[in-house]
Write a protein that binds this ligand. Sequence first.
Ligand code: ADP
Length: 580
Amino acid sequence: MKKIGILFGILVLCTTIFGETKKYETDIVIIGAGGAGMTAAIEAFDAGANVILLEKMAFPGGNTVRSKGGLNAAETSTQKEMKITDSVKDFYEDTMKGGKNINDPEVVKYFTENSAETVEWLKGIGMDLNDVGAGAGAKNPRMHRPTGGISIGGVLVKTLAGNVEKRNITVLYRTEAQSLVINDGKVEGVKAKDLVRNEDLEISSKAVVIATGGFAANEELYTKYRKDLKGFITTNHPGADGSGIVMAEKAGAELVDMEYIQTNPTVEQSKAEVISESVRGNGAIFVNKKGVRFISEMETRDKLSAVILEQPEEYVYIIFDQGLRERMKAVEEMDQIGILITGKDLKELAGKISVEPKVLEDSVAKWNGYVKNGKDEEFGRTTGMKFVLEKGPFYAIPVAPGVHHTMGGIKINSKTEVLGKDNKAIKGLYAAGEVTGGVHGANRLGGNAVADIIIFGRQAAKQSVEYIGKDKLMGNKNVGKSETAVKVNPELKAQYKDGTYKATAKGHNGDITVEVIVKDGFIDSIKAVESKETEMIFKGVENEMIPAMIYNQTSDVDMVTGATVSSRAVRSAVKKALKN
Ligand code: ADP
């Protein structure tokens, strides 16, 4: 297949082979094809720069693809259309207050003042941000998200990746940046490794943007700053290992707020699925492995996390009834991904979670008494006490804390220049997104992470271009056609017969029919031509699983967290199609 070979023969680049190391040259190297990196690449390209984007995974998206909420912005056209009153001042104050006032004021000022324009920019490149909702810690509704309030991550990554591809921006997938090249105090490139071929690469450039995301998937690194997080699982993708932070630190960068790490106390461990606190707010309780309550379920996240880890086997169950399920649509999604344990009554449920039935029944009866009297005599809970737990079937979800977001990271100023220990900018080095610290202070508000990656991803590109000087850019005029994704693992051989094949399998809401196109012996595309699955859940399958199937040329790839039923159906439909 032609496309495979193009990856390392990208025409735009001066590619010379000196011994084992391949050498490339460009204006700006951007490390990481998540939200911040792809944004920076688009903005830099549109300003006339030549760009190489490095991504160690096989496809783009990073943690951005997993983001559920939306993008915070104030004084936007969407808010005006919806007659929502908001101000940059309120946005600034909310962000500082949420961050316990240790955020960098200058960075937050730029962040809040440039949010509305960022929404326009995103809309201009085709992003749907037509819905605005309320977020915790925000005075006014400002969380912008796609129509119908669906999760923003999948839609955003698809939009950004589509724009990167449309511009023929060079992306080297499965290529890991390992160190920065520094000459006379200026950052002038990146040393990297092609993980598929185990080859070294050296890319010379005039500027480098680090957009490698956070470090919530690197236990060794986060426990260095927070010993109490030992043993927590992560809600993050495996690429969130903090390698960008390590690289910047070696180049003399200052790190800030590294100890501020957001944990979520209620993560279902097999799927790393966060169970929102709104389930408890709606009346659910916790019991431990002995079947008894042990804390007010509405305590702060940090306290809950600590106390859950003190319970037998270091995990607990969220318990609720059919009444709650009928009040909360989100429970249907939990069922769809297979994390609900169900019992027709409390006795049956107790049997399924290996808890003494009498103890569980007593715990729930006691709780119902507190609800009726409006007083939790044991743990003093005061909210989420409107409904008793009495209508079968009953449900349980096992949960334990998970590491969710890292607020700290590389110190930057509002120009996204990376600052050294002397607080001076390191020449030629920029950083944006979760890899940086200062925007969120001690605590991130929901909706501020997505705003952060887009606002500062663009700023990093603009500042890099200004630093290089427009007249010094290699520019894109000589850009040849470059391949934008490693669609297929270059080590694989052609194994299928050309043609278009269709097959069907049963999903959660009905049949899913897939169409598999084989070209030159390789799976070239996989599309769901018929599906009734919940759009929000199916996005994960489209964005994570299908690219993985094409890369590995097999239906046998990992299922998507949070979409087990749809994943299994697509896997079996593709398998059937390939058999043909
Ligand atoms: P952000 O939200 O800040 O954009 P994401 O987690 O969405 O962060 O994206 C960061 C991306 O950077 C991920 O796709 C991750 O795989 C990639 N990445 C991390 N470290 C490296 C590295 N050393 N080289 C190349 N890519 C990297």
